[in-house]
Design a protein around this ligand. Structure first.
Ligand code: 59J
Length: 581
């Protein structure tokens, strides 16, 4: 007879059964626990390990000139990065990768070894999408690509200082790119993706936040004028062996800056070997003593005082004026011992100007200089912009009054000087400066009486058109006005002025029938034949004003009688206004 073992030990059977039941129960509980109780937590944890948010780059706003010509354009680029940990298993592919990236295989190897533990390192940034895809197609484990945008500057060095540039992360770093960064930048979006354990993208899930594109910006500048200004300034710098220079063109009615160029300049699309001197937007960040261009402001103050009219006479003989131990000198001999106010401007007599200044007082000149913006904030807030300095002496001594009247002891920027001359050109009305295209002229303020401004226009026209005038500033077919200046530069270290380094200036406007454009030319340290503003800077003014009036289709106001009927080529126009070209 067979006997069941279990029957022999019934307690054992029950123990095994009980244990089995317990195990089943535990498993069942764990299933319930995982599937029901901890479900949400676990799904969340799982997703966190595979669902990722990656940023969607925002398209940076287009910068254009006033006519819509592109000046800063965002183009899509591919940036390649690597999970260096993952790349360690593909050491055999490193040389191939280096060649594809155009990098030195040894240098890449050193980098990958030094950063072997990093899960994210940049391999190369800003490739064209085609170049980037070419490398990705090699399918080297651990090599990935991301889409970015990079700025391209179609006008290159011509607009470099004005437009500025962005850094590698596409944030504004200089110029308008920096000043208007918030406006241009936009807001990056977010995209949800699923990645595997190694960070490889498996699936695009959804866009959780759309990228908000930056806004476009139309500048006040006219690219055609910018090219013209840059070309003429560069030629003059080379011809005169000068160190640097600036040129500004303004619309006197709207306050818009139509062109602003500096030399030396740089190519913003290739910033290797960039020297600080090339990057300076000198027209706004360099200050200088305006020298004799200041006489236009001092003379306005004299006329406004009501004590002087253009034909009033002043003795300038013998061309020097002693003030204690201080001597004021005229550089060139004046046409006579006595000059009227227009004559003081034409001959650029420091002595004559000083005598007028003593009569009206330094404060009178100071107040006008202040109202017209010299040494004052422009409101443009351009990165690095300087304000300059207009000192207000508590007690105006003769020497200070004299030197202020002919342009020393104060410092200004080229932009401020252009703004001041634009007020004279705009019949005494000052319009706020703008680097941005404005649709209609903003409100202007009468800072000089209209009749004074108009008288100054006539006097400054004489400075160019009179027999002893600055004939090199004349513009064929148009009447223009302006003032030259030649200022000794203050020498660093010493308190005085350098013997042999000068700044050649010219500030003017036209056409006289209805002044529209003001131009300032600054040439720093001309070192060839001459250095007088009337010799070095006046011809640049002439060429740039001439080109500007033609490009802007301004009707000639100085055609010789025979040509007025059928406005032909204005070749003989210079002779018609008594020119001495
Ligand atoms: C000048 C000065 C320096 C500063 C002088 C230019 C003064 C002065 C002390 C000597 C050359 C030079 C405060 S010159 O701008 O008078 O533009 O075509 O730098 O006078 O007192 O060997 N400009 N320039 N002066 N300083 N301090 C004339 C004049 C001017 C010309 C020519 C000839 C100076 C007509 C200048 C021009 O109008």
């Amino acid at each position: 007879m067979m006997k069941l073992e279990g029957a022999l030990y019934p307690w054992r059977f029950r123990v095994v059964l009980g244990l089995l039941a317990l195990m089943v129960g535990a498993i069942a509980w764990r299933i319930v626990d995982l599937q029901v109780v901890d479900r949400d937590f676990l799904i969340g944890q799982g997703d966190a390990r595979s669902l990722r948010h990656i940023p969607i780059p925002a398209h940076r706003g287009l910068i254009t000139d006033r006519n819509g010509e592109p000046l800063a354009v965002s183009t899509p680029v591919t940036t390649l990065w690597a999970n260096a940990k993952e790349l360690q298993v593909a050491k055999d592919k490193w040389t191939e990768l280096a060649h594809a990236l155009g990098q030195d295989p040894k240098a890449l190897k050193e980098r990958l070894e030094a950063q072997a533990n990093k899960e994210f390192i940049y391999l190369v940034r800003g490739l064209t999408p085609e170049q980037g895809q070419g490398v990705l197609d090699l399918k080297i484990p651990g090599v990935y690509g991301i889409e970015e945008f990079r700025r391209f500057y179609p006008a290159g060095e011509t607009t470099a200082h004005m437009v500025g540039f962005t850094d590698i992360d596409d944030h504004g770093r200089e110029g308008v790119e920096l000043a208007y960064d918030e406006w241009l930048a936009g807001v990056p979006g977010k995209r949800q993706v699923i990645k595997d354990r190694r960070g490889r993208l498996i699936k695009d899930v959804q866009v959780t936040k759309n990228a908000k594109a930056g806004k476009p910006l139309a500048l006040s500048i006219d690219l055609r004028l910018q090219y013209l200004a840059n070309r003429e300034l560069r030629n003059a710098i080379i011809e005169n062996g000068a160190k640097a220079g600036s040129l500004v063109i303004m619309d006197v009615k709207t306050g818009e800056i139509l062109a602003m160029v500096n030399q030396p300049t740089y190519n913003p699309n290739n910033r290797r070997n960039l020297q600080p001197a090339m990057m300076r937007n000198r027209a706004m960040i360099d200050v200088f003593e305006p020298g004799s261009t200041m006489k236009a402001i001092s003379m306005s103050a004299a006329l406004e005082s009501g004590r002087w009219k253009p034909t009033d006479k002043v003795e300038v003989y013998p061309g020097t004026l002693q003030l204690g131990k201080y001597t004021i000198r005229d550089v060139s001999r004046s046409e006579g011992p006595v000059l009227d106010l227009t004559g003081i401007l034409i001959n650029s007599s420091n002595v004559g100007m000083s005598k007028v200044a003593f009569d009206i007082g330094g404060e009178t000149i100071y107040h006008l200089a202040q109202k017209i913006g010299l040494g004052q904030p422009t409101g443009l807030d351009f990165p690095g912009e300087r304000v300059g300095n207009l000192p207000n002496y508590r007690e105006w001594r003769k020497a200070e009054t004299a030197t202020l009247s002919y342009g020393y002891g104060l410092s200004v920027t080229a932009i401020q000087l252009a703004h001041a001359f634009s007020v004279l050109a705009n019949n005494g009305r000052m319009t706020p400066l703008s680097l941005i295209h404005v649709d209609e002229a903003p409100k202007s303020e009468q800072v000089i009486p209209e009749n004074v401004a108009k008288t100054m226009q006539t006097m400054l026209q004489q400075v160019i058109e009179a027999p002893r005038g600055v004939f090199r500033a004349q513009v064929p077919a148009y009447h223009v006005a302006g003032k030259s200046g030649t200022a000794r530069k203050t020498s660093v270290g010493t308190k005085g002025y350098a013997e042999n380094s000068y700044r050649s200036l010219f500030a003017g406007f036209g056409p006289m029938s209805d002044p529209r454009y003001a131009i300032v030319v600054v040439i720093d340290e001309p070192s060839k034949a001459g250095y007088f503003g009337g010799l070095v800077s006046a011809p640049v003014f002439s060429k740039v004003m001439s080109g500007t009036l033609r490009l802007m289709n301004i009707t000639p106001d100085n055609l010789p009688p025979t040509q007025q009927a059928n406005a032909g080529p204005p070749a003989a126009a210079v002779k018609a206004n008594g020119g001495r070209g």
